[in-house]
Design a protein around this ligand. Structure first.
Ligand code: SF4
Length: 464
């Protein structure tokens, strides 16, 4: 499907430039809609009856080829799907793959609660973000609806994470969905054999449903069509995850076929998020370490091949860290440098004698400098200049660190009122603008080390 132009959108807006949406013109708002930085609801006049047809057309036009599905409620709800392109560089990917970890109803209460806590509390900080696991997949291992209901109740009472309820038995799913009432769990799964009963449960409880037909694209599309025709709106597709040899290659191929059918062919039955089950790696009977490795490798391939949600088992940090980093990287908007706010930051409790450092607002640069200063226990000020999110060397090459930019952050931060010295330590790679900065600020400019990990020894040597 060709990408929409602002004019395509503008034609469906009221065109009265009333500014109620917060921007100057309807054309500017059209650009925001295309970037998904606003929704049609942000244009109040569009809600008037006379614009009803335009509004409906607009909503249809703006719907992404992969429908968005929300699992769970509240702050930890997970939105999946919503993708518009096959390759991230064509635009961006929008909703990171949800990572759900299994528990099962055969676990004794204490163990179940311990595992839930382990999943919920997992967190690793990276460039100012906490990378977390997203949800809990409750499996029915006992085959007993009552035991499953108890496990779902324990998860509901001890965690705010969204759930996937896993069973092919509609009686089990009915009990689980009843216990998780109002929490919008994802039901796993409707199959060609049980889909009519599962569709009834999904409609009754307002739950999204996984359509599952392992290895059979045609069969999966037919099941998706049947679910939709029966009134189920929120569908997730599972083409199966087979981790063994050539069959894994087939799995990956099927995932790509499904997403191409959605994005390139706009085939209605394929226009849903895709689920992968890397946890299948544990079925091979290998030891825990080998299974964790295999699961992580399969999960990485499935994240890269369009899976919007995954069910995993290993909560080991070494198997999840690569996945969380991979996901962070590919779901970062390539059009926007990862930046932090340009302002004055403090490390520890600096006073009027503390050193003042300058760096750029590329997030990775700032967090590296801040973390090096924190580790070295140097109470200090960091002036973060607005270099449009570019790192120091690129900023120098692109002339983004200019006397004007530095003057701006000096004035904005009121740094001159916080210290009694007039010394600014700049990154080593910006040595060539030392003179210009001295003229612009009236401060002594000290050229620091090229690598912030050497700041401590630099300060000791120079007594700056
Ligand atoms: Fe145009 Fe609607 Fe924005 Fe008014 S609120 S300027 S009509 S887009």
């Amino acid at each position: 499907m060709p990408r929409l132009s602002p004019m395509d959108i503008y034609k469906r807006l009221p065109g009265i430039n009333c500014k109620e949406c917060g921007v100057e013109t309807c054309m500017a708002f059209a650009s925001k809609l295309i970037e998904r930085a606003a929704t049609p609801d942000d244009c109040p006049p569009l809600k008037e009856e006379k614009y009803r047809a335009k509004r409906e057309e607009l909503i249809k036009l703006l719907s992404p080829p992969v429908k968005e599905v929300v699992i769970g409620t509240g702050e930890r709800a997970v939105k999946i799907g919503g993708e518009e392109v096959l390759y991230r560089h064509e635009l961006t990917y929008f909703n990171p793959s949800g990572l759900f970890y299994d528990v099962d109803d055969s676990l004794p209460g204490d163990e179940l609660r311990k595992r839930i806590k382990e999943i919920e509390d997992f967190g690793v900080e990276k460039i100012g973000k906490v990378l977390q696991l997203d949800g809990i997949a409750v499996r029915c291992k006992t085959g007993d609806p009552a035991s499953f209901g108890e496990a779902v109740l324990t998860v509901s009472e001890t965690s705010t994470l969204p759930m996937i309820l896993c069973s092919y038995n509609p009686d089990v799913l009915e009990v689980g969905a009843g216990v998780a009432l109002g929490k919008q769990p994802l039901l796993y799964a409707a199959t060609p054999d049980n889909w009519e009963a599962v569709a009834v449960i999904a409609r009754k409880h307002g739950c999204p449903v996984v359509a599952s037909v392992p290895g059979d694209v045609k069969g999966l599309l037919e099941l998706s069509r049947n679910l939709k025709t029966s009134g189920v709106e929120e569908i997730v597709l599972d083409i199966g995850t087979n981790t063994l040899g050539d069959r894994f290659a087939k799995t990956v191929n099927n995932l790509a076929i499904l997403r191409r059918l959605a994005i390139e062919d706009n085939l209605a039955e394929a226009m849903y998020p895709i689920l992968g089950v890397p946890m299948a790696a544990w079925l091979g009977g290998e030891d825990d370490i080998s299974a964790s490795y295999e699961e992580a490798a399969v999960a990485a391939s499935e994240i890269l091949r369009y899976c919007d949600i995954l069910i995993l088992h290993s909560t080991e940090i070494w198997s999840n860290l690569p996945l969380l980093n991979l996901r962070l990287n590919i779901y970062t908007d390539p059009r926007v440098p990862v930046s932090v706010e340009s302002k004055l930051y403090v490390v520890g409790e600096p006073d009027e004698n503390s050193p003042v450092f300058l760096t750029t607002n590329f997030a990775l640069t700032y967090f590296t400098v801040a973390s090096d200063l924190e580790s070295a226990k140097i109470p200090s000020y960091i002036l973060v200049a607005d270099t449009e999110g570019l790192a120091v060397e690129v900023s120098m090459a692109g002339k983004k660190i200019t006397p004007e930019v530095i003057k701006d952050i000096f004035e904005k931060s009121k740094i001159a009122e916080k210290v009694k010295h007039k010394k600014l330590i700049i990154p080593g790679v910006s040595a060539r603008i030392k003179g210009e900065l001295e003229d612009a600020t009236g401060w002594e400019i000290i050229v620091g080390p090229k690598d912030s990990s050497q700041i401590q020894s630099f300060l000791q040597k120079t007594k700056a």
